[in-house]
Design a protein around this ligand. Structure first.
Ligand SMILES: NC(=O)c1ccc[n+]([C@@H]2O[C@H](COP(=O)([O-])OP(=O)(O)OC[C@H]3O[C@@H](n4cnc5c(N)ncnc54)[C@H](O)[C@@H]3O)[C@@H](O)[C@H]2O)c1
Length: 377
């Protein structure tokens, strides 16, 4: 049985990058093997789409791409794909400015579900770069259309994160606090658009979003007005960066990124959350840690993005730390595998195994904007 996929976006998230492990097409190929049939690739940058397809057709996975056509828009794809070429899953790896709204040109999800009503969506994070109310309208519409959606907060699917959840469940713990620390190595981050908060959304909305999402995964809903934040801005003495490999003067001063953001908030359940995001390290290795506290327990997840994340557990009655390592985990594979299983077995309860729903991801987006605004105030 073939499984039809429509890829939206011919960029790094769908086709890979030297910068990180993300590469959705590769995970689709390993999950679906011979059943994978990529029916289309939508990207307004047709030369990029052609290059991406050429690469696949020249490789051993060519059979999955032989019937794939490149389209500039979703409506072109809709006109060409019917019957046995209808997609079952659209993997939406376009930039956030094209998504998360009901405004024309920023409404990829709604375009896709109108064109292909039975098609499930796997949408990248953050859900948008526009106003949050637009995202809520999209969420309501997707719910009304009963579209199956998963969002790319892959860390939720990591084995280490699931072990943390398991420990909390087994011991009936009530989370008291979360503490996320994300120290970025900036030397090789040279995309000018990333350093401009107008185009990228800034370090919290674009990058720390994964940690804000993990915080909510453990702490629950955030009381948004409780968010407070301080920043070190680019023009303050501690914010001077000596290893930039691009010309920041090309970005208007008011659009440059804060170097450090320190935020705290209250969760609706009473716990407290904290986040520190820093653009400080040289070289290419980030330093990231995420902690959860509860009576008797401290769960510390170290380097969740790395090839071997570590979970350190302090528990009652045990001296020292209990260490767990997860060398062969691939949460990018698990998030796609989960939605594919849910599509293939719609009545098996697999739907509820999707760990990041659209509506929930909008709440994370909302939190990241609240932190950004609180810091800018
Ligand atoms: N989960 C992760 O760790 C992770 C990693 C990388 C990227 N991402 C996310 O994936 C998304 C894409 O990032 P990227 O690095 O692939 O960007 P990219 O710039 O490399 O590629 C994006 C592609 O989308 C195309 N595009 C623009 N408008 C479009 C539209 N309306 N329809 C279809 N295609 C369109 C662009 O022409 C470009 O080829 C972003 O939201 C990013 O945050 C997530």
């Amino acid at each position: 049985m073939t499984f039809n996929v429509l890829l939206v976006g011919a960029g790094e998230i769908n086709f890979g990058s030297v910068e990180g492990p993300w590469n959705h097409s590769r995970r689709l190929e390993s999950k679906l093997g011979k059943s994978l049939r990529v029916v289309g690739l939508v990207d307004p940058d047709q030369s990029r789409a052609a290059a991406a397809l050429e690469g696949k057709l020249a490789s051993e996975v060519a059979p999955a791409y032989v019937s794939c056509r490149a389209f500039s828009t979703v409506s072109e794809a809709a006109a060409a794909l019917s019957d046995d070429l209808l997609p079952q899953l659209a993997v939406v790896g376009a930039p956030p400015f094209a998504r998360g709204s009901d405004l024309s040109g920023k409404d990829l999800e709604l375009q896709l579900t109108s064109a292909f009503p039975g098609c499930a969506l796997f949408v990248e994070k953050p859900v948008s770069s526009g106003p949050v109310d637009g995202c809520w309208r999209v969420a309501a519409e997707l719910d009304k259309r009963r579209t199956l959606v998963g969002v790319g907060y892959m860390l939720r699917y990591s084995k280490a994160v699931q072990m943390m959840k398991q420990i909390i469940k087994e011991n009936n713990l009530v989370v008291m606090g979360t503490n996320a620390r994300y120290v970025m190595a900036y030397e090789w981050a040279r995309k000018l658009s990333w350093w401009n908060k107008d185009s990228s959304g800034g370090p919290i909305v674009e990058q720390a979003t994964h940690f804000c999402d993990l915080s909510r995964y453990f702490g629950g809903d955030v009381v948004l007005p409780s968010v407070s934040a301080h920043i070190v801005s680019h023009d303050e003495a501690p914010g001077a960066l000596s290893a930039k490999r691009f010309d920041e003067t090309a970005i208007p001063p008011e659009k440059r990124l804060p170097r450090l953001t320190s935020a705290t908030w209250k969760y609706a359940g009473g716990a407290v959350g904290a986040l520190t995001h820093v653009i400080a390290l040289h070289g290419a290795t980030y330093d990231t840690e995420f902690e959860v506290y509860a009576d008797g327990y401290r769960l510390k997840l170290i380097d969740p993005y790395g090839s071997t994340p570590v979970l350190s557990v302090r528990r009652p009655g045990v001296a020292g730390e209990e260490m767990h390592t997860f060398p062969d985990d691939d949460p990018f594979y698990s998030e796609l595998s989960t939605i594919i299983d849910a599509i293939r077995e719609p009545n098996s309860g697999a739907r509820s195994s999707i760990l990041s729903s659209y509506e929930d991801a909008v709440k994370t987006y909302e939190l990241t904007w609240q932190i950004r605004r609180a810091g800018e105030k």
